[in-house]
Ligand binder design. Structure first.
Ligand code: PLP
Length: 436
């Protein structure tokens, strides 16, 4: 009877998908209409899921409403960019005031340097920074800088990690990836990685690491792994880059502040633009000085919207008035508490289910085995994740199909208790499908 649970899981998944399709005619109609002008119907691949993605009409505080006017607690939080919740009054005020004074000002403007200074105060690795428009751009700029400065060609990243739309190693290197010679190393495997660094030491310009794997499953790097990478790159003159596009929210001074390890360069994006389009990279002055246009053979780093006035003002207000260092401590403590509560529920039901992560970012996994690398996630039965996603939407909670859950600032104990109750109900009602 070994096949029986799989058959049941497929049947349950089909039933859940059918129920979802029936309940969401507005999202289905929207997806069909959008598929004419937009290739594939969705502007961000990660938002697509079968049979069609939920489409939204508005958001307020910790909640979002879809095209059929169902209300959801928003635990997706726009893949960590939506940390402020929706319609934040400080962001509204800041954007309105900025618009009143014009937004395409042609030159450097008075809002840029204060924002850059605030970012440098916040993240230890930032001695100097430059702005870009997304996390993908920030990473491309950082790897280009490392290649230009070291004169080397290769870049190391880790299997299963994600550094942007064209820097995607989630299922091996994506065919659309940025064409530099990549060296892919095993995450959290220091010996395996050091062997690859030794092998390629004359070619490696940079090592890129997510200090906690985000989209690949909220898998924290072990401290000794990061320490070992820091030491090896320093010894061999390789630029060590923390991709903190997601993780910078996990402590008052980013993840680098939490682990006490300072990389050569850091890249950020997401919420740090106050909800608007944003990216930045920066680090050691001796690397960043190559952008000094009065220097010898300066490097260009251009982009029409790099100093977007709206982003600079909304980002500064967000950093100084909303996601302050105290707010970061508080939100991440609430996330740690939620993760403990959800893991206790899995234990209560005696199920091989676990929630990994740090602070305000967590991810469900359907296994009792340790999750130390993205490949451990891919070995689990991902159909259970899909079922979880459908069942959580059915209980008015929206999260990523990958099972990633993020907290936002307007959430109170009401929303936290709400998601714990929804997970409890899922584990109880689907117990027989989740045991194996
Ligand atoms: C770790 C990491 N790096 C880079 C990116 C790319 O950022 P963006 O979507 O702003 O291009 C992401 C996006 O999710 C990310 O999670």
């Amino acid at each position: 009877m070994a096949m029986q649970p799989n058959v049941d899981l497929d049947a349950a998944l089909k039933e859940a998908a059918d129920k979802y399709a029936t309940a969401n005619p507005g999202s289905r109609a929207y997806h069909e209409a959008a598929s004419k002008p937009i290739a594939g119907g969705v502007g961000r691949s990660s938002l697509y899921f079968r049979p069609f993605p939920l489409a939204f009409s508005r958001g307020e505080g910790a909640y979002i409403w879809d095209m059929d006017d169902h209300r959801y607690a928003d635990f997706m939080g726009d893949y960590t960019a939506g940390i402020f919740g929706h319609n934040h009054p400080i962001t509204r005020r800041t954007i309105t005031e900025t618009l009143d004074n014009g937004i395409a000002l042609n030159g450097p403007h008075k809002h840029e340097a204060p924002f850059a200074e605030a970012l440098c105060r916040r993240f230890p690795a930032f001695e100097q920074i430059r702005f870009a428009n997304s996390g993908t751009e920030a990473n491309i700029w950082a790897l280009s800088l490392a290649r230009a400065v070291t004169g080397r060609t290769h870049v190391m990243a880790f299997e299963g990690c994600y550094h942007g739309g064209v820097l995607n190693f989630e299922h091996g290197p994506a065919p659309v990836n940025y064409p530099v010679p990549w060296v892919l190393a095993p995450y959290n495997d220091l010996d395996g990685t050091l062997a690859l660094i030794d092998k390629h030491e004359n070619d490696l310009a940079a090592v890129f690491v997510e200090p906690m794997v985000g989209a690949g499953g909220c898998i924290p790097a072990e401290r000794e792994f990061l320490r070992g990478l820091r030491d090896a790159t320093q010894e061999k003159g390789i630029v060590f880059v923390f991709d903190e596009v997601m993780t910078s929210r996990l402590g008052p001074n980013g993840y680098q502040g939490e682990v006490g390890i300072t990389p050569d360069l850091t890249t950020v994006s997401k919420y740090l633009g106050g909800g608007l389009t944003f990216g930045a990279f920066g680090g050691r002055t001796d690397l960043m000085r190559h952008y000094d246009q009065t220097g010898e053979k300066p490097l260009p780093q251009a982009g029409t919207f790099n100093n977007n006035v709206l982003t600079m003002t909304a980002g500064l207000a967000a950093l100084e008035e909303i996601y302050t260092e105290d707010a970061a401590r508080d939100l991440n403590a609430r996330g740690d508490d939620l993760r403990r509560r959800l893991n206790a529920l899995a234990s209560k039901h005696g199920l091989p289910v676990q929630f990994t992560g740090v602070g305000s970012m967590l991810n469900i996994h359907f296994t009792a085995e340790p999750i130390r690398a993205p490949e451990d996630v891919l070995k689990t039965d991902l159909r259970k994740r899909d079922l979880f996603h459908f069942d959580m939407m059915d209980q008015d909670h929206f999260l990523a199909r990958t099972g990633m859950i993020t907290l936002s600032l307007p959430m109170t104990e009401t929303e936290i208790a709400g998601i714990a109750a929804a997970v409890d109900e899922f584990l109880a009602s689907r117990k027989s499908l989740l045991t194996g």
